[in-house]
Ligand binder design. Sequence first.
Ligand code: ADP
Length: 275
Amino acid sequence: MAIPIIQVKNLYKIYKVGDTKVYALHGVDFEIYKGEFCAIVGPSGSGKSTLLNMLAGLEKPSKGEIVIDKVHIEHMTENQLVEFRRKRVGFIFQSYNLLKTLNAVENVALPLSFRGVPKKKRNAIAEKYLKLVGLEKQMKHMANAMSGGQQQRVGIARALAVNPRIIFADEPTGNLDSKTTMEILKLMRRIVREQQQTLIMVTHDNHLASYADRLFHIVDGKIFKIEQMHHEDDDLEENEHENKMEESPDSVDGGPDGSRDDSGHTDDGQGAAIG
Ligand code: ADP
């Protein structure tokens, strides 16, 4: 946990509404490390989405610094930000955004096809990540024939398949029941830890946030508390694994080998020069 992947310094976002100024972010400072699952939690209107948009390079700050992977993104041009997002960032949405008439493998492979990964290779990668999220038996199922929880797992596999360093999730389990929500959050926590990625989730729900490694509590555009969580179940999950597999073959805890495929399916170095 030595090197921060994200550093935020004195970050401000000020919107002008008529004659008044709205301080959506009012001097925010923090660091996030590789392998961490962080939740940004706070009431509606507190600045969560604004912060997520800044970190993902979707909006520019009014003032302050955002350093991601040692690069200052607040100085980037629009084209550079597009390239940054394509190479570094994955998104998990509440609404899954799957293509309903494609099967699970095709949905996960789609972003890879946009990056020019050949079909055989992208299908192999898609299958690997679908196994990782516990959907070994649903690979050929059409998205519209899957449950909400299964669709969200496909969405997670799709976000992970391009091997992003940072994954952003905005209320990712908003449409799911509480048991599925818990499984999905534990799954995400385990995968990012194993793959040394970084997951940042925005939520207004304190209970959901409690699955994260650290909670950033935000109110009125300011972080007033950073809370470290301790998940005692983490060590047990491996031991429970086999029992769970027998009881419920579709358990999200089943199957993955956790190895990270660095066999060149990211497009680092292949992208067009920017700037
Ligand atoms: P949250 O995601 O926690 O609900 P937001 O980040 O969406 O909060 O909003 C923080 C504050 O900034 C709110 O007061 C909101 O009204 C204001 N705000 C957000 N976006 C804009 C905008 N485009 N123009 C003006 N005010 C905005």
